[in-house]
Write a protein that binds this ligand. Sequence first.
Ligand SMILES: [Zn+2]
Length: 120
Amino acid sequence: MNKEKVEYFKGILQNQLDGLIDEAFKTVNGMTNSKENFPDPTDRAALETDRNFLLRIRDRERRLIEKIKDALERIDNGTFGICEVCGREIGKERLRARPVTTRCIDCKKKQEAREKAKGL
Ligand SMILES: [Zn+2]
């Protein structure tokens, strides 16, 4: 994947992460008018790594935040967009629809078929 595409996906992931952190912060603190109380960017960065904060937000969101952080890590270490199972490049359309994915469509389908067979 070229640098431009990597930057493109990095932007998407970073936006998603920011949005989730914003939402989670409002939820945790029960804030409706967040403007004046909203933490500055340094505090926000700290929040993203604050385990206590992450433990207080909902499971689904926490898992997504963790997936996005993993994806950002893969961008940093150059493995983003590579299927973790077969090692081939994940299709761009799939990545665009779901940038946090770690498997190509073929491996994902195989996994789903296996889970179905097991009755999961
Ligand atoms: Zn694969």
